[in-house]
Design a protein around this ligand. Sequence first.
Ligand SMILES: *[C@@H]1O[C@H](CO)[C@@H](O)[C@H](O)[C@H]1NC(C)=O
Ligand SMILES: *[C@@H]1O[C@H](CO)[C@@H](O)[C@H](O)[C@H]1NC(C)=O
Ligand SMILES: *[C@@H]1O[C@H](CO)[C@@H](O)[C@H](O)[C@H]1NC(C)=O
Ligand SMILES: *[C@@H]1O[C@H](CO)[C@@H](O)[C@H](O)[C@H]1NC(C)=O
Ligand SMILES: *[C@@H]1O[C@H](CO)[C@@H](O)[C@H](O)[C@H]1NC(C)=O
Ligand SMILES: *[C@@H]1O[C@H](CO)[C@@H](O)[C@H](O)[C@H]1NC(C)=O
Ligand SMILES: *[C@@H]1O[C@H](CO)[C@@H](O)[C@H](O)[C@H]1NC(C)=O
Ligand SMILES: *[C@@H]1O[C@H](CO)[C@@H](O)[C@H](O)[C@H]1NC(C)=O
Ligand SMILES: *[C@@H]1O[C@H](CO)[C@@H](O)[C@H](O)[C@H]1NC(C)=O
Length: 564
Amino acid sequence: MAAAVFTYSVILVFLSSVKAEECQVHDVLHSQNLISVLVGEPLTIDCLLHKILALQHMNYSLTWYKSGKKMPVTQVKLSRIHQHENLLWFMPAILEDSGSYECVMWNLTSCNKIYFSITVFKNTAGLCFNGDFLYAQEISASSNEKIVCPHLDYFRDEKNTLPIHWYKECNLIDNERFLSWDDDLIINSANVNDSGNYSCKMTYTYMEKEYNISRNIYVTVIETPLRKKTEILYPRNNTIEVELGSNVIVDCNVSSSKDNSVGISWRVNNTLVNFLFMGRVQEGNQEDSFPDGYLFSTVTLNITEVKQEDYGRQFVCHAGEVAAYIALRQPVRNFLGYLIGGLIAPVFVIIVAILIYKYFKVDIVLWYRKSCRPFLSKEVSDGKIYDAYVLYPKINKVDCIYTPDNFVLKLLPQVLERQCGYNLFILGRDDLPGKAVVNVVDETIKQSRRLIIILVPDSSSCSLLEDIFEQQLAVYNALVRDGIKVILIELDKIKDYANMPESIKYIKQKHGAIRWKGDFTEKSHSANTKFWKNVRYRMPPRCPTFSELHLLPTALNTFQTTER
Ligand SMILES: *[C@@H]1O[C@H](CO)[C@@H](O)[C@H](O)[C@H]1NC(C)=O
Ligand SMILES: *[C@@H]1O[C@H](CO)[C@@H](O)[C@H](O)[C@H]1NC(C)=O
Ligand SMILES: *[C@@H]1O[C@H](CO)[C@@H](O)[C@H](O)[C@H]1NC(C)=O
Ligand SMILES: *[C@@H]1O[C@H](CO)[C@@H](O)[C@H](O)[C@H]1NC(C)=O
Ligand SMILES: *[C@@H]1O[C@H](CO)[C@@H](O)[C@H](O)[C@H]1NC(C)=O
Ligand SMILES: *[C@@H]1O[C@H](CO)[C@@H](O)[C@H](O)[C@H]1NC(C)=O
Ligand SMILES: *[C@@H]1O[C@H](CO)[C@@H](O)[C@H](O)[C@H]1NC(C)=O
Ligand SMILES: *[C@@H]1O[C@H](CO)[C@@H](O)[C@H](O)[C@H]1NC(C)=O
Ligand SMILES: *[C@@H]1O[C@H](CO)[C@@H](O)[C@H](O)[C@H]1NC(C)=O
């Protein structure tokens, strides 16, 4: 048995030595043929990694040699260096193993020889790796990236399923972002700071012996994604307001990766606008720029004159596979603005007019009456004798501060009669002696256009000389009878109307009262003070109001007739 094997080997060796002369030699400098391993670690080399030699399906022979040696590598498994099937094994590699190895394959008609250069290295002092023997891997800064622990294929079998331990700069990685999975290190949200020297380590058990297997990888995390999707930044399927007949320019802004330049065009109904609109709508030239290493392109849409039919139409910018449109909308007239402008202004004017009237009502009315005077020098006769009937309490002068007598008998006549020409009836001054008071009051009020009631503040020190009955009755009659207006004059502030008769309260509430603030001296009072203006305002006009104007001709005739 042993002899048979030996004989077979000798024949093979003989054959190979003969054939080697005619062998076709393959590139020794191919990167896959440069193999490095850390001293003390196992190494396997697969000659058939080379796909150029697809010999798998042919009857062939494969033999490993250390360069310069006639004898092939032994196939005895116990040997530290041996060939097993097509693989060359170092269990483990020692520094002296560094050098060139050859893999020779032949069949009956051809021969191929491949060289491998093996370097057994030591780690840099103080490090867990050697910076000269690093695998390089690039990943991009994105969500899920992985680093691969390379060339572990032949060390994975049923007995060797232990997980790989990963190190960065020789420190065991213990971070939630990193996950060891099969031969990979998965990095969640990789960023530039993840660049660096990584090491992966596993233990390998072979023929009851444990070996360490390690790989060192220099990882570069590339900041920007390697490839950028084409994206239309503008338009964004939006609508813009444009005036009918205006010239509209719309940009189509597209970003894409440099190596993925796409054609950009503006279309309507999938037809190029240049064809569809006979020049009214045109596409501009593409303008490119390269910010941040990307391609940024702009193609404008030029609508020289917006027509009615353009509204609602979708102008679509196509950039390769992606598309986005812009639609035009007719501007909405700001009806609300007009409405507000149209309403606010008059309302404002009205408010101002009301305010002016409220504050200058008295002056306006008095001015109006005065300016009418030239048209009518004599008032209209309405059958009444008196302009006002003056009603006031008779108070004991001795113990009371407020006596209306002076006001009623001196000031009122001075201003209203002498200055303004009114004709007053003042009870106690103008009444005929002998007549019953009630009768006098009633009849005279009937003949008066106004009823002036003088109020004095209620004071316990003031005792009324006359019964309030007369007043009550007069006021009652005045109120019941339509047409007579009451003027309330307070001679001082009346704090409490509670004690006043109901009728007075009613008048106060309805028409208000005028308060006298001056003194009672006999010095001349002007009819143009505020108080007197207010009184005059409430007095009948000395010239006709609008409502009386239609009576004017008749009145004039009457007057003329009377004079003649
Ligand atoms: C290899 O050779 C054997 C005989 O030595 C033959 O039976 C077999 O078919 C061959 N295989 C191929 C793939 O040529
Ligand atoms: C030997 O291998 C070569 C390829 O290297 C192939 O072209 C040839 O057919 C093979 N010869 C035989 C007899 O299998
Ligand atoms: C990388 O590290 C630097 C310094 O520690 C830090 O300022 C920076 O924010 C880090 N970058 C990222 C993306 O985490
Ligand atoms: C990785 O190792 C090399 C060689 O030892 C060293 O020059 C480099 O600074 C290391 N990289 C990092 C990120 O530490
Ligand atoms: C494997 O490496 C560990 C340290 O990582 C070391 O303690 C151990 O001795 C090594 N085993 C062999 C067989 O070299
Ligand atoms: C399109 O890009 C150009 C050039 O950067 C820029 O001036 C323009 O404002 C962009 N248009 C829109 C609508 O974003
Ligand atoms: C686009 O197509 C619609 C119907 O598909 C048609 O009504 C419209 O007129 C077309 N627009 C133009 C500009 O041809
Ligand atoms: C738009 O088109 C009109 C008519 O072709 C041209 O005169 C004008 O210069 C264009 N505008 C732009 C911004 O290209
Ligand atoms: C915009 O409309 C186009 C079709 O015209 C469609 O393909 C695209 O997804 C739309 N984009 C957005 C952001 O809605």
